[in-house]
Ligand binder design. Structure first.
Ligand code: ZN
Length: 131
């Protein structure tokens, strides 16, 4: 079963979607397996990182901007090549082990939807696989 979610985003931000994934795991009643979290967009992504100090996300956004600035050499007519680059580097999915009906995330880990070219209405999917 696939769980589908919609998110309204700002220009650039990380959204903690851990509670959505936990909800999907609970609804699935799967005790042991994996959860795949997938983003079907080319200028957004999915990552796992610090969930306690919000400055970490701020620093990640800053560092990604510094590493992948807009460049006049970019040819892509839509003008958002930097967002495409960030999406590729971050990746479009995360896989988390489910054991005893719970996500095996570390204490300080959260699952994030990463927006690099908002504001937009975005989707992400959670697939729970028993095993
Ligand atoms: Zn584009």
């Amino acid at each position: 079963m696939v769980y589908s979610y919609t998110l309204k985003t700002e220009k650039e931000n990380f959204y903690n979607i851990t509670s959505y994934v936990r909800q999907a795991v609970n609804e699935s009643m799967v005790e042991s397996g994996i959860a795949v979290v997938y983003c079907p967009h080319t200028t957004a992504g999915i990552t796992i990182n610090e969930n306690a100090d919000p400055d970490v996300v701020t620093d990640l956004i800053y560092a990604l901007d510094a590493t992948f600035p807009d460049r006049y050499q970019f040819k892509h007519a839509e003008g958002n090549s930097a967002a495409h680059l960030k999406s590729s580097v971050i990746g479009n999915s995360a896989t988390v082990i489910i054991e005893d009906g719970r996500l095996l995330l570390g204490t300080w880990q959260g699952i994030y939807f990463t927006e690099f070219d908002g504001p937009r209405t975005r989707n992400f999917f959670v697939k729970i696989i028993k095993g």
